[in-house]
Design a binder for this molecule. Sequence first.
Ligand code: SF4
Length: 342
Amino acid sequence: MVKPFVPELVYIEPRALEYPLGRKLKKKFTDMGIEIRETTSHNQIRNFPGENHFQRYRLAKSTLVVGVRKTLHFDTSKPSAEYAIPLATGCMGLCHYCYLQTTMGSKPYIRTYVNVDEIFDAAEKYMKERAPEPTRFEASCTSDIVGIDHLTHTLKRTIEYIGASNLGQLRFVTKFAHVDHLLDAKHNGRTRFRFSVNADYVIKFFEPGTSRLNERIEAARKVAEAGYPLGFIVAPIYLHEGWKNGYREMFEKLEAELPDYAKKDLTFEFIQHRFTKPAKKVILQNYPMTKLELDEEKRKWKWGRYGIGKYVYKDEEQVEIRETLSGYLKRFFPEAKLEYFT
Ligand code: SF4
């Protein structure tokens, strides 16, 4: 069982102490006996100690930087929402395939932002621009926000902020089961709480440092009981020996554990495994022993964002994935909605 994240090292940017949350976190981490260092900017943080790359990488992944979000321009977040709301970046999970390895490059540490009210002001602006259309915000584009929120409660505040809005909707996804503090948040039904789920094989070999499937399902049950709309992202869908059985078992477990009322308003998103050439290089550096299959020859090349091509499964495999998983969905959750397969 993965325990709630506790950073090994904390950096605090001086400007963060101008905000109540920055001061609160400083006191909290001091009381917890965690080493705290000051840094003028997270860009100054370099050279994590360790005998090899993996040790340095692991330490960086359990380092938390308390800082101020300067860019209040929100990225778009298709297909699941209009905008990404930037509450944190980075994650302490050690998933081999994680795309954050490429996007965060040499800065794999976690950053949490304390200027939450300014972030909300920016969100307000985006909502006004789209009014009377609703605006969906995705909170987990650059981190697994639930995994650090028991420390900061930033997500909890965001859930309540969106809950009190007329046009906002919030979504996020997690591989962590530490949801208890979010259960009494006044979400007002405006937040869709999603869990990332997968076949046992994928979780066992590629998702170290995250909650196991049964823990995620248990957390999903609690979240449903707390009245949140619920969703599951099956990602990355990864072909391996016995994959059809593996994914069927996953659906069976979900079906058996969830209360019936949660099955009525349930969404699923299916995302097949993909990688880019730069990602492959970083993955093999961070996880040289990985079993993850990254053979370009076995895949189909597809244009990606920013002109970087990605390798997805071949057409006939994609058809098989889609048919197999859609079949399970119909069988186990006939009332659920499949939002997309990509
Ligand atoms: S939990 Fe999500 S964000 Fe964290 S390492 Fe795994 S895939 Fe990446």
